[in-house]
Design a protein around this ligand. Structure first.
Ligand code: SF4
Length: 368
């Protein structure tokens, strides 16, 4: 992992005249008028970036705490406010069938529109913007990605839609420079926002955290979770994004074979049998620190369930060195990509296909 804080420290607010700097009680922050909102009577506003579709009174914040109604206009508080920057292996996202063995310039901000009880990144996702937060303009982010040998940019670590306007500006620039672009997302975006950024996004790495109303309500206090499924289909079908799905297996919460089977069946039916499904190991964290880590046998059960339901590519996550990290051709049985943690060796790929037998393996190796 390469830290870039020193590289952009002191850049300041370099987004030109579009930016407006104001004091928010937490420090000097960049505020930018939001996209995709409507004005309502009484100086209220309605945000259309994510599926909460918050109606916000004057002076108040949305659920994500990163959008504020100021005098009847909606402002984004965290435009270019960066909490984390690194050149990550793309496999860390995890994206296994997307530019394998490349580096992704990875950016996160503050805040989130979900407040999941198992959040591994709660220090950035559940906090307000701290004093001294650093800024990184879209232009500078693209420049740093190129200078550091990254093949693309990923918005990750926390939910990308909470700084949607920044990711949109950055994605446009990245595409002009021939870089790939990837969202690592909870998928709770609106169709309007997805359609705005769709032309500039190559990959949709979406969490489908479980497959029941009860689970989403208990984990994230979200009731309309099925829209996440619709947006994943839309990302793939309307915008030709490469889609991979992650399910973090939380002991006693979403590890029942029936729920996992229903999820795998849905992936096969709506995203296709070649869609990679990552079943990852939960580690005790945040509000679920009392639960044990997921056992490897439970992950292997999830793997078998996915295969029995017809998925060709199921992977174990957070178990470095396990054989189910590898990509094996479902047709000829040869090793295609060998992985140990983030060490990746591409052995049998010809574009998107198996170089040994020609089977289609759903790898994306070109930007759209
Ligand atoms: S992006 Fe934030 S303000 Fe907008 S609808 Fe989602 S949670 Fe609400």
């Amino acid at each position: 992992m390469i830290g870039f804080y020193a590289a952009f420290r002191g850049l300041g607010n370099d987004d030109g005249s579009k930016q407006e700097v104001s004091y928010c009680g937490m420090g000097w922050l960049m505020e930018k008028e939001a996209l995709l909102y409507e004005k309502l009577p009484g100086d209220r506003v309605k945000c259309h970036v994510c599926q909460w579709e918050c109606v916000i009174n004057p002076g108040k914040l949305g659920v994500c705490r990163m959008r504020r109604n100021r005098d009847g206009k909606l402002y984004l508080l965290n435009y270019a406010e960066v909490s984390s920057v690194a050149a990550d292996h793309i496999e860390k996202k995890p994206l296994f069938h997307f530019f394998p063995a490349s580096y992704a310039f990875s950016l996160g901000t503050w805040g989130c529109n979900f407040h999941c009880r198992d959040c591994q990144n709660w220090e950035i996702a559940c906090e307000d913007i701290p004093p001294g937060s650093q800024q990184l303009s879209p232009e500078r982010a693209v420049e740093l990605a190129q200078r550091n040998g990254c093949a693309g940019i990923a918005w990750t670590y926390n939910e990308p839609t909470v700084w949607f306007e920044y990711t949109l500006d950055s994605a446009r620039l990245a595409k002009e420079k021939g870089l790939y672009t990837a969202y690592v997302t909870n998928g709770y975006i609106t169709p309007e926002a997805l359609d705005a950024i769709g032309p500039y996004l190559d990959a949709w790495r979406v969490d489908i955290k479980g497959f029941s109303d009860d689970f989403y309500r208990r984990l994230a206090r979200v009731s309309g979770w099925k829209s996440i499924l619709d947006m994943a289909v839309r990302a793939r079908e309307k915008w030709d994004m490469h889609v991979e799905v992650v399910t973090n297996i939380v002991p006693s919460m979403n590890d029942a074979p029936k729920q996992l089977g229903d999820l795998a069946t849905w992936i096969k039916g709506y995203l296709g049998e070649l869609t990679p499904w990552h079943v990852t190991r939960f580690y005790p964290a945040y509000n679920l620190a009392h639960l044990p880590a997921t056992s490897v046998s439970s992950l292997e059960m999830a793997y078998r369930t996915g295969k029995e339901k017809g998925l060709k590519f199921v992977y174990l996550g957070n178990v470095p060195g396990h054989e189910y990290e590898n990509t094996v051709c479902y047709s000829c049985g040869r090793m295609i990509v060998h992985r140990v943690g983030y060490n990746t060796e591409v052995l049998g790929l010809d574009g998107s296909k198996c170089k040994f037998c020609g089977a289609e393996l759903n790898f994306r190796t070109k930007v759209k």
